[in-house]
Design a protein around this ligand. Structure first.
Ligand SMILES: Nc1ncnc2c1ncn2[C@@H]1O[C@H](COP(=O)(O)OP(=O)(O)OP(=O)(O)O)[C@@H](O)[C@H]1O
Ligand SMILES: O=C(CO)[C@H](O)[C@H](O)COP(=O)(O)O
Length: 415
């Protein structure tokens, strides 16, 4: 995967977007005198981007990361997933860790995809579609195709935010399918860049402090789509199936391969506790955590590095059929060492999660019970009784810890 494939050369035919590129032509290159971390190891002088590309193992993201004590810049978080795979739900949980209620930019475009909160700003990479809905139709490409994204602009603007500079960013309007005039986004404390292609372009990939991929299996994706698009948006079962099928080749070619670049992957599969259960009601969720990621300590169960299978149901935990099963152990993922924490099944009572929490270590919670409190606070969100909610909450705490480590400023727990 590279950024060298043809990009949208000309403005899309139906665009209403005033070019923002001209504003960015003067964006400075990364200073060559900065020290950088290459997956955690400090090197004295930053080599050329070409040298970094050549030296990085193909499956490893390299990072152009400047870590001085108490850095004063936004912490950059990348979140990748296909559409309808729980990014918004995850964002709401993460924002809950930092406090504040998410809202679009005040007085701006009501169809903006940007979400602001006290400490966080979430930008959606759909805004970097350079082919609008009509342009894509004309050219016969899907929204997942890299040809429909402006990676140069994405790189320039993600980098500008990282360098503490405001950006004038396009808006992809999901109501009209057109590109709207640009909006200004100021550098926040924590910048989340979410969407289909946050790790596709290696230049953009190098800008994150922490990266997350939501890997939802086909069966579960289908069940969630039915829930949302059929029940809430009135689509037919056939049209949902057709849309999933139409997206599949490009999903497999361009979106799914990005998961190897993430620091953590939340993989959501049908349960193994009920044979042939494919409805996505009971889930097996695997939290795949890379080893050796700076400022990130993988969460473990009982004993770090051991392989453990745990069924907590019995006197301590109320479990109706099919119960709950945890697993923890070391593994490899695309050639890299990982720790996997897995939960299959669901809680009957969220408050009893405290018992599980007491057996987890390196959760980045600030006090005993913080995870359970967060889960109870967000109990109306989907996935609150299973591993999706649990692991998303832990990732929220991990993001807080990454922020605190880099900026060297404490964030009080929000209960
Ligand atoms: N953990 C979960 N358990 C059950 N259902 C879920 C879970 N997460 C999300 N869903 C369901 O999946 C649908 C899509 O979720 P969400 O809006 O968070 O995804 P998204 O990736 O932001 O979607 P899009 O990119 O299309 O806006 C919703 O109907 C939601 O109820
Ligand atoms: O995958 C998507 C978002 O993650 C959308 O399909 C893509 O952004 C195109 O949007 P629309 O369907 O509204 O034209």
């Amino acid at each position: 995967m590279a950024a060298s494939m043809p990009l949208c050369a000309a403005p899309p035919s139906h665009t209403r977007l005033a070019s923002t590129r001209s504003l960015l032509d003067s964006a400075p290159a990364i200073s060559t005198s900065q020290s950088v971390f290459l997956r955690g190891s400090m090197i004295a002088q930053r080599p050329s981007v070409q040298a970094l590309k050549a030296s990085a193992a193909p499956h490893k993201a390299y990072r152009l990361m400047v870590h001085a004590a108490g850095e004063n810049r936004p912490i950059m978080i990348g979140l990748a997933a296909d559409s309808g795979c729980g990014k918004s739900t995850f964002m709401r949980r993460m924002i809950g860790v930092f406090g504040g209620s998410p809202h679009p930019p005040e007085g701006g475009n009501p169809d903006s995809n940007t979400l602001l909160s006290d400490m966080t700003t979430v930008v959606c990479l759909d805004d970097y579609h350079c082919l609008d809905r009509f342009g894509r139709k004309e050219k016969g490409v899907t929204a997942l195709d890299p040809k429909a994204q402006d990676f140069d602009l994405m790189y320039e603007q993600v980098k500008d935010i990282r360098d503490n500079k405001p950006i004038s960013k396009p808006i992809y309007n999901h109501v009209t399918g057109l590109l709207d005039p640009a909006e200004t986004v100021k550098p926040p404390k924590i910048m989340v860049v979410e969407g289909l292609h946050p790790f596709y372009d290696e230049r953009v990939r190098g800008l994150y402090d922490f990266s997350i991929y939501l890997d939802i299996s086909d069966e579960v994706k289908f069940a969630w789509k039915i829930q949302r698009d059929m029940k809430e948006r009135g689509h037919s079962l056939e049209s949902i199936k057709a849309s999933i099928e139409a997206r599949r080749p490009d999903f497999e070619a361009y979106i799914d391969p990005q998961k190897k670049h993430a620091d953590v992957i939340i993989q959501v599969l049908p349960t193994q506790l009920i044979p042939d259960e494919k409805e996505g009601k009971v889930l097996r969720v695997r939290f795949i955590q890379k080893e050796g990621v700076e400022f990130f300590k993988p969460t473990y169960l009982f004993d770090e590095g051991s392989t453990i299978s745990w069924i907590p149901c019995g006197r301590k935990l109320t479990c109706s059929f099919p119960g709950i099963k945890f697993f923890y152990g070391p593994d490899t993922y695309f050639g890299e060492e990982v720790s996997v924490l897995e939960m299959d099944g669901q809680f009957d009572k969220i408050e009893e999660l405290i018992y599980v929490e007491s057996h987890l270590s390196n959760t980045s919670a600030k006090f005993y019970g913080e995870i359970t409190q967060q889960m109870l606070k967000n109990s109306q969100f989907p996935g609150s009784n299973n591993g999706t909610g649990l692991f998303q909450t832990i990732v929220g705490l991990k993001i807080r810890e990454v922020y605190e480590s880099i900026v060297q400023r404490e964030v009080p727990a929000k209960v």
